[in-house]
Design a protein around this ligand. Structure first.
Ligand code: CMP
Length: 140
């Protein structure tokens, strides 16, 4: 498997608890490099578009409000098999189902306030990276 890039968000529940460094360390310790990173306040329009695939879900409006409720850290992670690797490091969406040692098991508050987002496929990774970063902001 070749070197890949994936997209990550450290979410408002995690930035509020000052967990940016601890979460970033998990990526680095497990073989992913941070090749782009910025702390932003997502606009409501950005959050609605980013999570557009979930717009028919009952939790969509609440998810959007949560994602704009505080700062987030958007990152590009690079490494061997980065999309799948990052999903292992994050653990299951629902922290009660996440494996020991994963970010969500250690830090997530509940299924919505689950500390991190990570792309679920290489295609979505490319789209999500492009949504937040220009080429010159990514330095491998
Ligand atoms: P994420 O991996 O960013 O993708 C979609 C997000 O929706 C997910 O993490 C959670 O933050 C949120 N989410 C998923 N399922 C639920 C649910 N059943 N109830 C509330 N929020 C959810």
């Amino acid at each position: 498997m070749a070197v890949q890039r994936t997209f990550s968000i450290i979410k408002p529940d995690a930035t509020a608890r000052n967990l940016t460094g601890k979460i970033t360390s998990k990526f680095e310790e497990q073989g992913l490099r941070i090749v782009a990173s910025k702390r932003i306040r997502m606009s409501r329009l950005q959050a609605r578009e980013f999570y557009g695939v979930h717009k028919e879900r009952p939790f969509y409006d609440e998810l959007v409000e949560y994602m704009v409720s505080g700062p987030v850290v958007v990152q590009v992670l690079e490494g061997e098999n980065a999309v799948a690797r990052n999903r292992e490091i994050m653990g299951a969406t629902d922290p009660s189902k996440a494996a020991a040692g994963t970010i969500r098991k250690e830090f997530a508050e509940n299924i919505e306030r689950n500390s991190v987002h990570g792309s679920d496929s290489p295609e979505n990774a490319a789209n999500e990276i492009r949504f937040f970063f220009s080429d010159t902001e990514i330095v491998g």
